[in-house]
Ligand binder design. Structure first.
Ligand code: SF4
Length: 445
């Protein structure tokens, strides 16, 4: 690593939680994806896939029982059965349009992900209708992983068996917190006792992997409450635990309230506290035998618990994304669908792809994207990047690597760049160091 670097210019260490996106999920930032670049996405569909590129399928189910106050996803709480049916039919039409395009190239889905929103909001009949239709259009037979996100209060034994019968291998339970008061004032629809009931029924249904999602620093979170959340999670012994630090993006109810009240800081824990809480949770999980595998996840059995969706996506897989507002990546082109319900459905009723904006990242931007996403794992192989991009990351990223090393968060270990735990707990802010100048300080959405 180059030593002749300027003195470290630490990015400002946030204290209070102010409005804005913290979590870096893609690159370049979404605000750089444009409507006039949609033809780049449609052209990418006409090309055969690059040999060896895995294919994933994502479906956004945008329905929830209630809108959580911190939610920034496209969700609807007012759609009746007829509207849901029209949405499922639109998503199936969308998949039919894609299945006929050359970019599929005879591939079957390597991984499938049902996200939301709340996929488990759908009834057993709706789920069967949807998934039978999807499989008839694009086979999942070879999928290494099928993930399904759930809200505990929407699960029944019958629904869990139906979800397992669909071929779901990884059930992700959006627990977020176990305390009824905290759940209530953050706008969650479920209650604490529904978590235990749903978890027991999910275990009985025989899912190979059950994940529990937690959020550190929800409104009115206390030290004591967080410790209890971690203890209750450990008592359930899920196969994996995912912990996010509470952020307050602009399009949330929480932000709207802050604006009305003229407040700059969100009524949630500051960043330092949230990092400490995640570290304390990781330490407890490690004591119980879990392994921390990324900035957000710990797994109980490292040998058998995998995150295929995450790992393939962060290594440049094609992601065929279906549904309102969903984000995909095909043949080197990013795209996002229409973000409103009616235009999404109208486009499909006319037999057109519902793509709203797109961007073709340059080779350098693709390199940055994969490098920063893989840094979230805590370790990145230099050889991988040399072979795939014909670039030595030590030279290309000499300055940001040096800066993060001088901040005390990064080391080199043979072929591997490592981010230590302290760095991992704030990795999303450190990743901005790798952004091209024009993408820094960009509003992320
Ligand atoms: S359950 Fe998830 S998607 Fe639905 S409103 Fe809450 S945070 Fe948003």
């Amino acid at each position: 690593m180059s030593i002749a670097a300027p003195a470290p210019t630490a990015p400002p260490l946030e204290t209070q939680t102010t409005a804005g996106n913290y979590f870096v999920s893609n690159y370049p930032p979404f605000s750089f994806w444009k409507t006039d670049r949609v033809p780049e996405a449609t052209a990418a569909m006409q090309r055969a896939p690059e040999a060896g590129t895995p294919l994933g399928v994502y479906l956004h189910i945008p329905f929830c029982r209630k809108r959580c106050h911190f939610c920034y996803f496209r969700v609807y709480t007012d759609k009746n059965a007829a509207a849901i049916k029209s949405y499922l039919d639109a998503a199936l039409s969308e998949l039919s349009l894609y299945a006929a395009q050359p970019f599929i190239g005879g591939r079957r889905a390597n991984f499938v992900y049902f996200g939301g929103g709340t996929p488990s909001y759908l009834s057993v009949e709706q789920l069967r209708y949807l998934t039978d239709g999807m499989k008839a259009r694009l086979s999942w037979e070879d999928a290494e992983e099928v993930t399904f996100e759930c809200e505990p209060g929407t699960l029944t034994e019958a629904k869990l068996h139906a979800i397992r019968d669909m071929g779901v291998t990884r059930l992700s339970l959006g627990v977020e917190n176990f305390d009824d008061h905290i759940l209530e004032i953050n706008g969650r629809a479920h209650h604490g006792q529904e978590i235990d009931r749903a978890y027991a029924a999910a275990r009985a249904a025989g899912f190979p992997q059950i994940n529990i999602d937690l959020i550190a620093g929800m409104v009115e979170e206390t030290e004591d409450n967080w410790r209890q959340c971690v203890a209750k999670t450990l008592a359930l012994a899920p196969d994996s635990v995912t912990i996010y630090q509470m952020e307050v993006p602009y399009n949330t109810t929480l932000y709207r309230r802050m604006k009305e009240e003229g407040k700059l800081a969100a009524p949630v824990a500051d960043w330092e506290t949230k990092r400490r809480w995640v570290q304390e949770a990781f330490a407890e999980l490690e004591k119980a035998g879990y392994t921390v595998g990324s900035a957000y996840t710990a797994v109980r059995d490292k040998a058998r618990t995998r995150f295929v969706y995450r790992d393939k996506l962060w290594a440049g897989a094609d992601l065929l994304s279906l549904g309102v507002a969903s984000f995909g990546h095909i043949g080197g082109v990013h795209y996002q669908n229409h973000h409103d319900f009616d235009p999404y459905i109208e486009r499909l009723n006319k037999g057109e792809l519902p793509i709203y904006r797109a961007l073709t990242p340059s080779a350098d931007e693709r390199l940055i994207r994969e490098f920063i996403l893989q840094l979230k794992l805590g370790a990145v192989s230099l050889r991988y990047f040399a072979e795939k991009f014909n670039v030595d990351p030590r030279a290309r990223f000499a300055e940001p690597l040096d800066r993060i090393r001088q901040l005390g968060h990064l080391s080199m270990d043979g072929d591997t760049v490592r981010i230590n735990r302290e760095g991992l707990l704030q990795v999303d802010r450190l990743l901005h160091e790798f952004f091209l100048p024009e993408h820094r300080n960009a509003r992320y959405a």
